[in-house]
Design a protein around this ligand. Structure first.
Ligand code: Z5A
Length: 221
């Protein structure tokens, strides 16, 4: 049986990495084989492109070129990490995926949606997530969390955008979740961690029935 594909999306400091890791631990405790990965990156080739993108080196080339670079990284990641793991029956949890391109480059960067959809068709095809958890937190609170976690380190290409940019980002992710309720669940990530953990687990159990998956029972998402 093919595995399950879960993605986390949302703005900076919304708790994606934290909850990717907590969810993976919980699924593993049920005996499920889990692969944790991220975008941009998640495969050796894509990690090289990640460095180019997050250092800001590609910014002067414009949003279209950045979009193409995110797609090139995704292509490598899907082929070398995600697709093989799913084919092996593993569960894949990915920190950001296509929705980040739709929001950062599409809604915010004003890149033509036809280019974005075309690149999605080539890189992802039918391999869309079974479940996407959209972590929703006020932009200022998310940025404060990200800055605390970073300590004295320099903000990256996207973290250094304005507060207004991050507020638009939050709205765009919420709209995207609303438009695709079959796949997306909006999580109130401003709550304390235990409450967020519970909300995520509720979504995962309702949509993907992990206890049945472990027992080898076919699950219809
Ligand atoms: N990008 C793009 O433009 N287009 C694309 O197609 C893709 C990506 C795929 C990747 O950055 C950047 O690439 C991203 C978009 C762009 N923009 N930026 N920046 P990244 O991978 O370096 O970072 P990120 O994805 O933005 O995540 P983040 O800023 O590292 O944050 P996070 O993973 O969402 O949060 P966290 O590290 O789990 O939590 C932050 C802190 O808050 C940490 O200390 C936690 O302990 C704390 N935390 C978490 N939850 C809570 C709660 N509930 N209460 C209190 N504190 C909490």
């Amino acid at each position: 049986m093919p595995g399950r594909f879960i993605t986390f999306e949302g703005g900076e400091g919304s708790g994606k990495s934290t909850h990717v890791s907590l969810l993976a631990d919980r699924l593993r405790s049920l005996g499920i084989d889990v692969v944790v990965t991220r975008e941009p990156g998640g495969s050796p080739g894509a990690e090289i492109i990640r460095h180019i993108l997050l250092s800001g080196a590609a910014k002067p080339l414009g949003p279209e070129t950045e979009t193409i670079l995110f797609a090139a990284a995704r292509d490598d990641h899907v082929r070398n990490t995600i697709a093989p793991a799913l084919a092996d029956g593993k569960w894949v949890i990915c920190d950001r995926f296509v929705d980040s391109t739709r929001v950062y480059q599409g809604a915010l960067g004003k890149v033509d949606p036809r280019l974005i959809r075309g690149l999605e068709r080539v890189t992802v095809g039918e391999l869309m997530p079974d479940l996407t958890l959209v972590m929703d937190v006020p932009a200022d609170a998310g940025l404060a969390r990200a800055s605390r976690r970073r300590g004295g380190a320099k903000a990256d290409r996207f973290e250094s955008e304005t507060l207004e940019f991050h507020e638009h980002l939050r709205k765009a992710f919420a709209t995207l979740a609303k438009l695709d309720p079959e796949r997306c669940v909006l999580i109130d990530a401003s709550k304390p961690k235990p409450a967020v953990v519970d909300a995520i687990w509720k979504a995962v159990t309702q949509r993907l029935a992990p206890t049945q998956a472990r027992a080898g029972v076919a699950v219809t998402p």
